[in-house]
Design a protein around this ligand. Sequence first.
Ligand code: DAH
Length: 347
Amino acid sequence: MKQQLEQIRSQALAALDAAETPAALEELRVSLLGKKGALTAVLKQMGQLSPEERPIMGQVANAVRADIEAKLEERKATIHAAVLEQKLAAEAIDVTIPGDAVVMGHEHPMNQVLQQIKDLFVGMGYTIVDGPEVELADYNFTKLNTEEGHPARDRSDTFYFTDDDSVLLRTQTSSMQIRVMENAKPPICILAPGRVYRKDEADATHSPMFHQIEGLVVAENITMGNLKSALVTVMKQIYGQDAVMRFRPHHFPFTEPSCEMDMQCHKCHGTGEVDGAVCSTCHGEGWIELLGAGMVHPKVLSGCGIDPEKYSGFAFGMGLERMAMGRLKITDLRLIFDNDVRFLNQF
Ligand code: DAH
């Protein structure tokens, strides 16, 4: 029996030394020490021994079990360390490989111009306000003195949401004039930049979505002189002190009188010609249209609960893309929205 035990010990230790995985170790543990294991099988024969032999064999058997258990633990630790080592090696990150450079972006050129315009107006006491792009026809048209049937309300120009044409994507930021006047008492002095939408095919100068900047000043004794000085001051800051401006009569339903403001073409200096050819910047006009403006119509004021006998006001609306194109000498509007970094990096 002693021989049997010694054999189990030496075979077990050798087998344990050869085991390479946690699963192999577990299999050995069961086959050696388990209920049906080799050692248990030998111990079951103890009953056949004489009472003198029994304790001696018991001691040997215990020593064999202890040796096997010790070896098992030792191998477990070794294999565990090896597995960990392998895993670490497989998952290692080589911190010496150069990383991908992070490309720093910058403000979009249109936002650069918007920020400049906002800064100029804020410097003159204007407050920036924001409002909904999904708008009521009431605010976009009716309360701006643009009755049902007016060509500006045409379905072919406007994105309507409802069959009764009462909800739409605003076609102009002028809707903000009403929203502000309905909620504030004069003096009012606001600037409302934002997106507007019209059913236009995209080309070099049109886009179904573009940006406008609306301005509104309402107080006592506001005159056309205030309108002109505010706009000329801002435009000279943007286009240079020697920029030449003109105001030309025009019609808008919500202002009376109404005008458009033009800037003399910086390329042909108002002649419409460059080296005998038609100027490509102003298409021979000599002037570039900047914005629409006027004195707020008395009907619009009274519709918002403001007494036109006591208060007067001016309003203006300019196209931001047009301003940015003029300021940055961009020739195609679509470039502003394409977001091609080769274009954006130039500004
Ligand atoms: N909303 C006009 C447009 O989209 C521009 C405009 C004209 C705005 C005159 C005004 C204004 O505030 O007074 O064509």
